[in-house]
Design a protein around this ligand. Sequence first.
Ligand code: AMP
Ligand code: MG
Length: 410
Amino acid sequence: MISVEEALEKVLSCVSVLDREEKPILQCLGQVLDEDVYSSIDVPPRDNSAMDGYAVRAEDVVGATPSSPVFLNVIGEVKAGDIPKEEVGALSALRIMTGAPIPRGADSVVQFEDTDEALRRERPPFQIGILHQVTKGQNVRRAGEDIARGQLVLKRGAVLRPAEIGVIASLGKETTWVIRRPVVAIIATGDELAALGQPLPEGKIYNSNSFSVAAQVLRYGGIPQILGIARDRVKDIKDKIKEALSADLLLTSGGVSMGNYDLVKDVLAEQGEVSFWTVRMKPGKPLAFGMIKGVPHLGLPGNPVSSMITFELFARPAILKMMGKKNLSKPMIEATLEGHIKNTDGRRIFARAIVSREGNRYLARIAGPQGSGILTSMSRANGLVIVPEDVEAVEEGEIVKVLMLDWSEE
Ligand code: AMP
Ligand code: MG
């Protein structure tokens, strides 16, 4: 048996960062930037108003109060998108809208609420009463205060979240270079499997693994390619594997345990270098890994929960590494256990649990029966409670580590 860490290390040592592609920025969400992004402009490009109000010279309104307002001559109006023509001279002001450029001569903006604007329904020119003084620069956004021309805005290696997509857009850039997403071929193996969308033949089960695994691939940024079901026959498996050779990663499910019809093993052994591992974990201990004609292959166990959990532990980090990501692990928290877990055979247990927050601590409640065929308990769970190999039991109330799958706290 090998440890989870040893298995992961071997998987990761066989996958490398993929090549780059240039795409419209919105399509790059979740991908890793593969260029340094510099700005050729100031953002914002000009000094502009942070408020609806009056652009003034701060020195003109010193000492203004509601009981002794300073009256300024309003010489015009400027809206966002306009270029102000007028210059603000002594004791004058320009009515200004949020985002509009600050006119020449003005250095501050008095917001509407600090004027007697509400009493006036006139068009310029008219007089406005200023009720509060402002400091120089008040309510003015400076040119380049967000991003200065020439600045390195985003570094190669940044993960593009909505905020980064917005930052790139604010530079006027339509496309960017990112590490491309891996294409992940998915093959389900087993004579017992039936395709979805048709009545279930006697003795068969629906092929759910291809879909749970493809959804995991999608969720973590890969492009799933479902290649369907390979029967437990050497030729069938070989043919399907041929179809997968243009992918960046091949995931199979089933056929890697000790059963008589577990042919994936034999086919793999013949086609490439492959290791069969018994990983010291539960669920999901049989796992195959190797290279088939240059394509890394991970043979996930057939049981629906085992295939999902081994995906989380081994396939997800491989996909993230291919995408150029550096943080390959999911968040781990500490929680108080509700219920108890026995560990009878010295493996690391990943128990499906429902994690909720209670005050300033987390509670982890076991999500029902833990058989590796009980997929609905995976659906109920949002985390996996980890019981280390050398711990024989954890009891109610003990603090446990939980690998979080989702952060929903309902
Ligand atoms: P195996 O590892 O091939 O022995 O498969 C173990 C068990 O997992 C099988 O008996 C099936 O019940 C289940 N199984 C295998 N492949 C799938 C699949 N694609 N979808 C759902 N269940 C599966
Ligand atoms: Mg099978």
